[in-house]
Design a protein around this ligand. Structure first.
Ligand SMILES: Cc1cc2nc3c(=O)[nH]c(=O)nc-3n(C[C@H](O)[C@H](O)[C@H](O)COP(=O)(O)O)c2cc1C
Length: 355
């Protein structure tokens, strides 16, 4: 019996297994629209047997995109561009989620081909905003958001979530990790505000809790709500795993169903030593101490490793990123390795190893 291949039900959605594709920026959108690249890229995962594909960080407003090549869900036309991808994945029994994001002070970059340098206004760039007028290393100084703008962004997250559900996404994930806008508020090393959105733990987490409340209110009872956090800033005086547990208890009370547990992104010189499964202990601590479902991510690459994580209850599911880029059919391979008989899409069946 494989736990990895045991279905998981959350609210009205059942994931066929616990192998999930982690959100991955592609820098291939045009004016915020996903297109042919995304159809093929995400379509490959859809035929590869995961339980869920999480679409990359998608701006709730155009200025929330990381780069000029990132997608947004700023209006109906942008939302509609995801429809064929969702329909295709559903035809193979794979659920699709969207990671709703605002990049804050890390926004407005060029593409990887231009080394992610800051985009000028002529190149399609814009003035970045943040909790405070303090820059991420190598980036321009952002403008501090006013309280009115914060309220506007809370509404923007909710409207984006509503559009995403209407177009057919099965899961909404709020991106509150990796040094992007929501993290720029809750981390004490990025937030220098002196109003009710800065200072104490309660004040720094206020924006995130407001966004969560607003999103939960519009997506209906049946839609699972996930939230990705950075469980630690890996820095002295930074956000830490104890803060994370305290936050996740509150998030659970507001209707978040699962915490997608990542780390880092607040500062450049963080003391991280990545190794296989290095973030799993954070997922375990949050699962145990906040009594909420968690997914682990980060250097999970082997079938047995993934099986061990879910079978021992270290996390309820695993997200894989780079291993999926190497092999979009990772889940089908994992089934072979773990001796689980899963159905392959008919056109691929010749590749199934019959033991
Ligand atoms: C190409 C690429 C793009 C990524 N884009 C995102 C993103 O849009 N949102 C996000 O939360 N994480 C993003 N990540 C981080 C991954 O989701 C994942 O957390 C990280 O790569 C660690 O998992 P891995 O060791 O399986 O690659 C990205 C990673 C890669 C390699």
């Amino acid at each position: 019996m494989s736990t990895l291949f045991t279905p998981l039900s959350i609210r009205g959605t059942t994931f066929s297994n616990r192998i999930w594709v982690s959100p991955m920026c592609q820098y291939m959108a045009t004016d915020g629209f996903v297109g042919m690249w995304h159809q093929v890229h995400l379509g490959a995962f859809a035929t590869g047997g995961p339980g869920l594909i999480m679409v990359e960080a998608t701006g709730v407003v155009p200025e929330g995109r990381i780069s000029i090549g990132c997608p947004s869900i700023e209006d109906q036309a942008h939302a509609d561009a995801f429809a064929p991808i969702i329909e295709f994945a559903h035809s193979y029994g794979v659920k699709v989620g969207i990671q709703l994001a605002h990049a804050g002070r890390k926004a407005s970059t060029m593409l990887p081909s231009s080394d992610h340098r800051i985009a000028s206004v002529d190149e399609g760039g814009w003035q970045a905003v943040s909790s405070s007028a303090t820059a991420f290393e190598g980036y321009p100084v952002p403008r501090e958001l006013t309280k009115q703008e914060i309220a506007g962004l809370v509404a923007d997250f909710a409207t984006a979530a509503q559009r995403a559900v209407a177009v057919g996404f099965d899961v909404i994930e709020i991106h509150a990790a990796h040094g992007y806008l929501l993290h720029q508020f809750y981390s004490p090393i990025m937030n220098q505000r002196t109003d009710e959105y800065g200072g104490s733990f309660e004040n720094r987490t206020r924006f995130l809790l407001e966004v969560t409340t607003a999103v939960r209110a519009v997506i209906g009872d049946q839609t699972p709500l996930f939230l990705r956090i950075s469980a630690t800033d890996w820095a002295d005086s930074g956000w830490n795993p104890i803060d994370s547990v305290e936050l996740c208890i509150k998030l659970k009370a507001l209707g978040v169903d699962l915490i997608d547990v990542s780390s880092g992104g607040a500062i450049h010189n963080a003391k991280i030593e990545p190794k296989p499964g290095f973030q799993v202990p954070f997922a375990t601590a949050i699962k145990t101490e906040a009594a909420i479902l968690t997914a682990a991510v980060g250097m999970i690459t082997e079938a047995e490793q993934a099986e061990h994580i879910v079978a021992t209850g270290e996390a309820d599911a695993v997200f894989l990123a780079r291993a999926m880029l190497r092999n979009p059919r990772w889940a089908l391979d994992a089934a072979n390795i773990l001796d689980v008989d899963v159905e392959w899409p008919q056109p691929l069946r010749a590749g199934k190893i019959v033991k």
